[in-house]
Ligand binder design. Structure first.
Ligand SMILES: [Cu+2]
Length: 493
């Protein structure tokens, strides 16, 4: 059943918006939407920050009484320390809309509990400000314990997230991805309908998820942030608000959300908790425009962008595992695969694709890419698809990816290294010896920017592509363990 209060709020908001939109001059009379702002632009006593502090404190007090509308009750929706993830999808195309709906639940509840109807969640913009924000890192605020502080975090006030995870180069790569599934993680492998079982099924993570999202979680860590219980750390909502903003920014730059009904028509049934304690559902297609949900990032209207061609979409779908499409896809382009392999800290894995698919050399040629882009044609990309990756020690380990590098170790520098591709995190992965073994995560790694760099420098010869994978500790040396990878696929998309 639809809880009455939520239904009223929603229909009222929709009514105002559509009415104002159809009657000229009325839009100006409507209340301005609360704007989500960057934490680093806020004074410590900014009203939204004060509201978040009070909200966290009140919600934590309710936790002690076991209320659903409480800090623990809300966090349980995402997961907990014992069982890991609960309702939250990771590693597939529901990752972005589900988390948009999830953090909005906090925003709406904060407005009501603190009686501040214009409250908007702040975001931690680690792209512009990788340093950990003082509002969350300082143990005390005005001489009292700070409710936003969590003891034991790895990251204290001012400590910075590395450039390789959230820096400009990474973000440009991510904003440049042409389709929703490459940007926001792919459909679940083999998905055929909108049954709820697909919400948590495995797809392939795009870089937004496996690099900034996963790595920021695990670099901040402490008792919660690298686990299913991460929403217990009050920085979680600021981190996910930034992920959400990046999605809106990608849209504003012309990125188009998927038009596939398997994505748009999925319902997150009774996944969320209203301020009165009743549960409610959301549907993906209603979660695509921030302004419809009662907040804004103040971004410009989307500008046009080349829509990815149907052949590309078909191939992408076949790549993530819809076997019936494989035959058709092979007529479009080729993939080659290798595996299984194990990457060890002292012995990185190296996978060579001799005579890579024909299109690879063309995709790596910057001149061809420029010519195509000038004609509004999306150039092909060379992807390494890493499937079923399982870090033996769990989320403490990450993977550095290189291409055609002469020799790599965990100490090989990554910044300004032309052979460096990206860094993969394993947010929420448990040690293999710890309980039941789950399927590992998968990543869609775009090799094209690195290949074009090498090609430009005259350092790419022939059609041989070698992908190198080096396990590293996410926070310290001892965190690095072996990573098993069931399959490495090289695909031209
Ligand atoms: Cu997350």
């Amino acid at each position: 059943m639809v809880p009455r209060r939520v239904f009223l709020q929603t229909s009222l908001a929709c009514g105002v918006a559509s009415f104002a939109a159809t009657v000229p001059g009325l839009r100006a009379l409507a209340q301005p939407l609360p704007r989500r702002r960057s934490l680093h632009e806020m004074a410590l006593d900014d009203p939204d920050l004060e509201a978040w502090r009070d909200f966290v404190e009140q919600m934590q007090a309710s936790s002690r009484e076991g209320q659903p509308v409480s800090w623990l009750g809300f966090a349980e929706v995402h997961g907990n320390l014992e069982q890991g993830f609960n309702l939250c999808p990771h590693g597939n195309w529901y990752f972005l809309p589900w988390h948009r709906s999830y953090i909005r639940m906090y925003e709406v509840t904060c407005r009501e509990l603190i009686a501040k109807s214009d409250f908007a969640l702040p975001f931690w913009d680690w792209t512009a400000h990788p340093d950990f924000p003082a509002a969350f890192g300082d143990p005390t605020y005005r001489g009292r314990p700070n409710p936003l502080y969590v003891e034991g975090r790895n990251t204290q006030t001012g400590a910075a997230i590395p450039k390789r995870n959230t820096g400009e180069t990474v973000m440009e790569r991510i904003y440049d991805l042409p389709t929703f599934e490459e940007f926001g993680s792919t459909r679940a492998t083999g998905q055929t309908d909108v049954d709820a079982k697909w919400i948590k099924a495995h797809g392939v993570k795009g870089e937004l998820e496996y690099n900034p999202h996963d790595n920021v979680h695990c670099i901040v860590a402490g008792p919660f942030m690298c686990s299913g219980a991460s929403a217990r750390d009050p920085i979680f909502q600021m981190h996910h608000c930034n992920i959400d903003r990046i999605w809106a920014e990608w849209n504003a730059r012309g990125g188009e959300d998927s038009t596939d009904s398997l994505w748009r028509d999925m319902t997150f049934a009774d996944n969320f908790i209203a301020p009165d304690g009743t549960t409610y559902s959301t549907v993906v297609r209603d979660l695509l425009v921030p302004e419809d949900l009662g907040y804004t990032y103040g971004l410009e209207k989307p500008r046009g962008r080349v829509v990815a061609d149907p052949g590309r979409m078909l191939f992408l779908r076949s790549l993530v595992g819809s076997p019936s499409l494989m035959a058709e896809a092979q007529a479009i382009d080729a993939t080659v695969e290798a595996g299984p392999i194990t990457a060890r800290p002292g012995d990185p894995a190296s996978v060579s694709f001799r005579a890579a698919p024909l299109g690879a050399a063309k995709a790596a040629d910057p001149q061809i890419a420029n010519t195509l882009q000038a004609a509004d044609i999306e150039p092909k990309r060379v992807y390494a698809v890493l499937r079923n990756m399982r870090p033996r020690l769990g989320s403490e380990t990450g993977l550095h990816v290189f291409v055609n590098a002469p020799d790599v170790t965990a100490a090989t520098p990554v910044d300004d290294n032309p052979n460096y591709v990206t860094s993969i995190g394993f947010f929420g992965a448990r040690p293999i010896d710890d309980g039941p073994v789950h399927a590992g995560s998968a990543a869609l790694v775009d090799l094209t920017p690195a290949l074009r760099r090498l090609s430009e420098a005259g350092r790419l010869d022939g059609d041989d592509i070698t992908v190198q994978l080096v396990p590293v500790g996410v926070r310290n040396e001892t965190g690095a363990g072996d990573v098993g990878i069931a399959e490495v696929e090289l695909a031209v998309l």
